[in-house]
Ligand binder design. Structure first.
Ligand code: 13P
Length: 255
């Protein structure tokens, strides 16, 4: 099954508008015409609009870092799918481990956000990942299985086929400590097997599963050589235009 590789940059809480525009301009120059892979950048909410204007007409797509499930209402501090749509977003990151660890995100709210994104035709990038304590306790498989099952509860096979999953082990995020390609492949393969049960063989073959956690120019080639790694969700390294460009232009080797 051919899956178009997807490299996404999660800028997190970096990129005041002027910096964001400079970074987006630099990326438009280097990877704005890239072919054979999809590129998404997810700046902070306040930079979505100006960054969207810079990348308009290029191959780079715009993503948001979170979304609320209600269409509108008294939800101070939240943002709706329609607001992201009018800012030019086509992707949205959901259930990032920083949301889970620091802001009370739970499986049920991840699922609500997923359904809201699907209704609005935004492509969800659903993040799952175990903590170091969970890995040490041999609970990785069970944790990921639970997170995936609850994130996609109530979604049809067709809806699941249009989603992206990002496996981001919490212990690898921002630590410089990447999962080995083998460790990542093992989890990605397990997720794909789970999707066969949740949806179908065809859907499981379509869903792109990204790896995230200290992805750099130096490790992307080896990660992408694994059969079930279909791309990367990049944090820190996505803020450096040369580094992110090299990641997007990873070298294909057969794993
Ligand atoms: P780093 O690439 O900085 O480890 O962050 C990964 C991440 O959380 C992407 O969403």
């Amino acid at each position: 099954m051919n899956r178009t590789p997807l490299i996404a940059g999660n800028w997190k809480m970096h990129g005041a508008r002027s910096e964001a525009v400079v970074l987006a301009r630099a990326l438009t120059e280097t990877i704005g015409r890239v072919s054979g892979r999809e590129v998404v950048i997810a700046p902070p909410f306040t930079a979505l609009d100006p960054v969207g204007q810079v990348i308009a007409g290029s191959q780079i797509r715009l993503g948001a870092q979170n979304v609320h499930w209600e269409p509108k209402g008294a939800y101070t501090g939240e943002i709706s799918t329609a607001m992201l749509g009018e800012a030019g977003c086509t992707y949205v990151i959901i259930g990032h481990s920083e949301r889970r660890q620091l802001f009370g995100e739970v499986d049920e709210t991840v699922n609500r956000r997923l359904h809201a994104a699907l209704r609005a035709e935004l492509v969800p990038i659903v993040c799952v990942g175990e903590t170091l304590a969970e890995r040490d306790a041999d609970a990785t498989a069970a944790i990921i299985e639970r997170q995936v099952a609850s994130a996609f509860a109530g979604a049809s096979s067709t809806q699941i086929a249009g989603c992206v999953i990002a496996y981001e082990p919490v212990w690898a995020i921002g630590t410089g400590c990447t999962a080995t390609p083998g460790q990542a492949q093992e989890v990605h393969h397990a997720i794909r097997r789970q999707l066969v049960g949740l949806a179908s063989d065809t859907t499981a073959g379509r869903v792109r599963i990204l790896y995230g956690g200290s992805v750099k120019a130096a490790n992307i080639d080896a990660l992408m050589a694994e059969p079930d790694i279909d791309g990367a969700l990049v944090g820190g390294a996505s803020l450096d235009p040369a580094e992110f460009t090299r990641i997007v232009c990873y070298e294909e080797t057969q794993g």
